[in-house]
Design a protein around this ligand. Structure first.
Ligand code: ADP
Ligand code: ADP
Length: 229
């Protein structure tokens, strides 16, 4: 049974402008499906519908077979973890930022999540810019480092379904490689929907779905898509 399924979903923010035009796909439990396409294709809209921030005009969205129209937004939020492209951190230590939402986590669990995301060296530090009094504990985090804090938080939360939004990450290629490695570790053996701009970042996905103007224009493995040009 599919962990996530879209069945002929039509959606428009405004009645006169259709955004998703009959989207059907599914993500089998434990597998990774990537949504790839140009900016404006409708990729982020798909993740917003999954959280029920909006309701589709027609069609159905299921999680583990259950129609999410019957599911509370609160329980969707605990079932789905999202690593967004832009992470806003709280004015507290990196460790606090990782623990956020999982207050029962042990010190060892926090350290392990930080290690997997490769931010264990500054777990006690504060992100700079919030407090001029922090002195030497203050730290200026790059966009990539902030994203890794979000990855660590998600590892700790350990949701059954993951959404990784790497669409417009403005990261240099070195950071991108590190982020990619961290994301690969989180998504392994977990139901994952990756949102991406470029085919090159989703080589390992079990299926790649190419969206354009709210429609699926191609689908297959990375190899299939390369062969079809
Ligand atoms: P992608 O993630 O592929 O870049 P989006 O799902 O963000 O695409 O957007 C798809 C289309 O929906 C775009 O044309 C965008 O302008 C439009 N759109 C996104 N959010 C809203 C909104 N809140 N209200 C109206 N239109 C929106
Ligand atoms: P919490 O449940 O801890 O209050 P939020 O309400 O900020 O957290 O968000 C719940 C989940 O929804 C998080 O995984 C977050 O990344 C995701 N989320 C929040 N806003 C958006 C959005 N506009 N589009 C997609 N996902 C979002």
């Amino acid at each position: 049974q599919a962990a996530v399924a879209f069945e002929d979903v039509h959606f428009a923010y405004r009645a006169d402008r259709p955004i998703l035009r009959g989207i059907s796909f599914s993500v089998p439990a434990g597998k990774t499906v990537a949504l790839v396409g140009p900016s404006g294709a409708g990729k982020s809209t798909i993740s917003r519908l999954l959280f029920r921030f909006y309701e589709p005009q027609s069609g159905r969205i299921r999680i583990d077979g259950q129609d999410i129209a019957q599911t509370q937004q609160k329980s969707l939020r605990s079932a789905i973890g999202m690593v967004p492209q832009d992470t806003v951190l709280f004015n507290d230590t990196i460790g606090y930022n990782i623990r956020y939402g999982r207050w029962d986590a042990t010190e060892a669990e926090i350290r392990e999540a930080a290690r997997l995301a490769q931010i264990d060296s500054f777990i006690e530090s504060l992100p700079e810019g919030y407090d001029t009094q922090v002195g030497e504990r203050g730290l200026k985090l790059s966009g990539g480092e902030k994203q890794r804090v979000a990855i660590a938080r998600t590892i700790l939360k350990s949701p059954p379904i993951l959404i990784l939004d790497e669409a417009t990450s403005a990261l240099d290629s070195f950071t991108e490689k590190e982020i990619q490695d961290a994301l690969d570790r989180v998504s392994r053996d977990r139901t994952t929907l990756v949102i991406a701009h470029r085919l090159s970042t989703v080589v390992g996905a079990d299926e790649i779905i190419v969206l354009d103007k709210g429609e699926i224009v191609e689908r297959g493995t990375h190899m299939d898509l390369l062969e079809s040009g």
